[in-house]
Write a protein of this length. Structure first.
Length: 263
């Protein structure tokens, strides 16, 4: 009996030691994973800062030599980008505009690639697109229920993205964007375009609202092809009627119980 107890005690001690070691190993792996994620986040932040700040040191305010003047002429005459050319930083502004448009296009394309790689282009894609762009209800839909019709909602959302795209395209032609006309509307933007950091900030923002509508319309094209030609549905998640009925019953019970308690 004593030997059996001794063996059982030894086995129990070994089991507890093994459990402790497993917990310590899991904790160590979790800490290592957290450290890796922090390093990756720091690298990404540093990369974004470098990408954002790089034009401050590379782009001159005006063309200084012949090849820079040729680049300036090509951008303004061939690409028709004349934003800020009548201001104090003409060359810097158009170079920053082109630079951030390219950077935003590459970054947006990379995000779209990761999204399609993770989700695919099947039913899960339909659900994600519907939940991201068409799931939310308009506040005015209580007064005007026709706003919640699928076609109307898609037209409204697409119209908003089209408006963003038009704003971004028209900004490329605004050569007097740094001129202050005395009105309060847009005064901060006009003032910012007189300084390098202001140009970088607004060009980064405007390039974002210019480029991302292209990706939205690309996703919308895939969404509509899946709906009309592949029969994958709208992606709308419909709650079963039984679940809704149970929820309403539970709410009514809770209300009746609270009323009884109050009485």
């Amino acid at each position: 009996m004593s030997t059996k107890r001794y063996v059982a005690r030894e086995l129990l001690e070994q089991h507890t030691k093994q459990k402790k070691q497993e917990k310590l190993e899991q904790r160590r792996l979790a800490l290592e994973q957290q450290a890796k994620e922090k390093r990756k986040a720091k690298v990404k932040i540093a990369f974004l800062i470098i990408v954002f700040v790089l034009p401050l040191f590379l782009f001159p305010a005006h063309p200084r030599n012949q090849w820079q003047y040729e680049v300036y002429r090509y951008i303004t005459e061939q690409m028709l980008i004349t934003v800020g050319t009548k201001g104090p930083l003409p060359f810097f502004t158009i170079l920053s505009s082109v630079y951030y448009t390219i950077i935003t296009s590459v970054f947006g394309g990379y995000l779209c690639f990761l999204f399609i790689k993770r989700v695919g282009v099947n039913k899960e894609f339909q659900k994600k697109i519907y939940s991201k762009f068409f799931q939310a209800e308009f506040k005015a839909s209580k007064k005007y229920p026709w706003l919640e019709k699928p076609l109307i909602k898609k037209m409204i959302v697409s119209g908003i993205f089209l408006l963003f795209l038009l704003i971004g395209i028209l900004h490329f032609l605004h050569d007097e964007i740094s001129f202050q006309d005395g009105s309060r509307r847009g005064a901060l933007i006009q003032l910012s375009y007189n300084y390098r950091i202001g140009v970088l900030f607004w060009e980064a923002c405007i390039s974002t609202i210019t480029i991302f509508p292209f990706f939205y319309f690309g996703f919308l094209f895939i969404y509509l092809c899946n709906y009309f030609f592949r029969g994958l549905g709208t992606g709308k998640i419909i709650i079963p009627q039984k679940v809704v009925a149970k929820r309403t019953k539970n709410r009514s019970r809770k209300r009746s119980e609270t009323r009884k308690i109050n009485r």
